[in-house]
Design a protein around this ligand. Structure first.
Ligand code: BG6
Length: 586
């Protein structure tokens, strides 16, 4: 789940590629590199660590073609050798790659027999040399790339340059790749954010499609080589939306955007929510699938649908969905929830559903993402670009849309809308009121070894999501679990001073308070999230009681706590170690 970008422009292509790469850093940030055409052929610059402006004179600003890459290591350690771009033995080819070439060892053996040598441990260097071989056979750059890709097993989005050819070649299978059409310049990138400062006109490649970017743009079918028609699309997001503004971190900015994005999430196309509600009602079996934070909102949907719509729905981790293949029929409905719309396991789950003729509805935040294009219908989260690797505003948008769907199935759509609007109104004061307490708790517990989070009913998935936020950004072990499970194991880990966040609602307060009492009697420090104070609380986050919309407000103070724990521990809230915004490999 790396980020790749490339530019063909009559002015300053390396600089534009570099700027674009900075915008993709949320996709992986353990090492990076850039290549550009010069009169000596192709020059390459690579470095380990986060993207920083290279020394003056490193980037040749007169170059018209450049490709760049920011890495999340899959094959080979985090070293300069393994960083991209990778070049072929004769230095004629340079490529950047996002994805995994599953048969690279086999191909490497064949190339070794042909006298090729290798300086890195990566699959991508094997592909660069395979392209060199095919270009020498086909005597044509684009045809050589196509021939090489026909021998690749696995996922890829690649950009390739040839030292003697004007064009750049882009190709996609499984990993995201969008093209940008500017004024006398062309772009290719994993995400439109990379070229948004230069153009709002995009072309989205489908699997097994490639493009030749030169004086004009040609899109070809990789399997047949035939030229394809392409559709231009206008990008709706603004550059500013993807900027930090006056905030120190995207995480804090995106937490603050939620009063607005919660409201935006229910501004759906007229009749769209009702239409999806009808699909849910008619379906013989409904499955909600997602990963990470999106999976937690799927779990919430099972409570929302049983509580509001009196309906059973299945919730499955996207990476485990293939185990349910036998139960999928054409009458089954799968609802795929994904902020980025590019998570490989969610895409796989959709392909499994499609292989059984099931209908798929996507709930995504990125327009024209792969999950959206593979689905029969789609509800947009309308949360705007979410740059921080952690999901915050997209989570509360997902919860809002899923609540709306449950109310629509119950024939109480307007009631659902009013409730979500009330949540959006209360969100801002919930954030303002609880931030000082979050800072205080973060200072007190920044060296804690563990955090435990307890919730019942709808507050159980909220406890799971809260634990994920704390883990993702502060690297403190955190575990969320259902209050009823406390005495079946986790209570063994409670000792003096261990912080335990207890999520109380009007429905569950008596049981949760007794859980809190059991924890306190073993020395645990109780952090209450509730609409009412209780003497058992050592710390108290006050959130308004909002019934089925409680999870939307209850997660806000925990997002703030996670943020301030990260600051107390000098962790980068926007680029936590080892994580990436969208996991495009399985
Ligand atoms: C992870 C992100 O990579 O993917 C999480 O860091 C996210 O924040 C998860 O919840 C799922 O991503 P998506 O885009 O499918 O919702």
């Amino acid at each position: 789940m790396c980020g790749i970008t490339g530019v063909i422009s009559d002015s300053n292509a390396p600089f534009k590629a570099f700027i674009g790469l900075k915008k993709l850093e949320y996709r992986g940030y353990d090492s990076w590199g850039i290549a550009f055409k010069s009169c000596d052929g192709i020059e390459v610059y690579k470095a380990v660590g986060k993207i920083i402006t290279p020394e003056k004179g490193t980037l040749n600003h007169n170059s018209y073609a450049s490709i760049a890459h920011t890495r999340w290591a899959t094959h080979g350690k985090v070293t300069v050798e393994n960083a991209h771009p990778h070049t072929s033995n004769d230095k004629s080819i340079a490529i950047v790659h996002n994805g995994i070439m599953e048969n690279y060892q086999e191909v490497k053996q064949q190339l070794l027999k042909k006298g090729f040598t290798f300086y890195s441990e990566t699959d991508t260097e094997v592909l660069a040399n395979l392209i060199q071989l095919k270009v020498s056979e086909k005597k044509n750059f684009a045809e050589g790339v196509r021939a090489a890709l026909l021998e690749v097993e696995g996922s890829y989005a690649i950009l390739a340059l040839h030292k003697d050819t004007y064009e750049m070649v882009a190709a996609k299978n499984g990993s995201p790749l969008a093209l940008g059409i500017g004024n006398k310049e062309l772009f290719a990138a994993s995400d439109v954010a990379a070229f948004l400062p230069y153009t709002k006109t995009a072309v989205y490649l489908n699997d097994f499609e490639m493009a030749v970017l030169g004086n004009d743009l040609k899109v070809l079918d990789i399997k047949t080589g035939k030229e394809l028609q392409y559709r231009k699309k206008q990008i709706l997001w603004t550059v500013e939306q993807a900027e930090k503004g006056n905030y120190a971190h995207f995480m804090r900015k995106e937490i603050d955007e939620q009063p607005f994005t919660i409201k935006k999430s229910i501004e759906q196309e007229k009749g769209k929510v009702e239409k999806v509600a009808e699909l849910i009602k008619k379906a013989k079996g409904v499955f909600f699938v997602g990963c990470g934070t999106s999976y937690h909102s799927c779990i919430s949907s099972s409570y929302l649908f049983s509580g509001i719509a009196k309906m059973h729905v299945n919730v499955v981790l996207a990476s485990e969905f293939r185990n349910y293949k036998e139960f999928l029929k054409p009458e089954t409905l799968v609802i795929a929830v994904s902020q980025s719309g590019e998570t490989a396991d969610v895409i796989d789950a959709i392909k499994t559903a499609k292989s059984k003729g099931s209908k798929v509805v996507a709930i995504v935040n990125v327009m024209d993402s792969t999950v959206m294009r593979l689905s029969d219908d789609c509800l947009m989260m309308n949360a705007g670009p979410e740059i921080c690797v952690l999901s915050t505003k997209s989570y509360t948008s997902q919860l809002s849309i899923l609540s709306l769907l449950a109310y629509a199935v119950a024939g109480r759509l307007n009631e659902g809308k009013q409730l979500i609007e009330e949540a959006s109104k209360k969100a801002d004061e919930t954030i303002r009121r609880n931030e000082p307490i979050a800072k205080e708790i973060a200072k007190k517990f920044s060296n804690a070894k563990d955090f435990f989070l307890i919730g019942r009913d709808l507050a159980f998935p909220t406890a799971l999501e809260g634990a994920l936020k704390i883990k993702e950004v502060s690297y403190i072990h955190a575990e969320g679990f259902a209050g009823g499970e406390l005495k079946h194991g986790t209570i063994a880990l409670i000792e003096d001073g261990v912080p335990c966040i207890v999520l109380c609602t009007d429905e569950t307060r008596p049981l949760i308070i007794s859980n809190a009492t059991e924890v306190k009697s073993r020395g645990g420090a109780i952090i209450g999230v509730d609409s009412k104070e209780d003497s058992i609380f050592d710390y108290f986050f006050r959130v308004d009681e909002l019934g089925s919309a409680n999870p939307i407000l209850m997660i806000l103070p925990i997002q703030l706590l996670a943020y301030h724990l990260a600051l107390e521990r000098n962790c980068d809230p926007d680029k936590p170690r080892n994580l990436a915004k969208s996991v495009t490999v399985k």
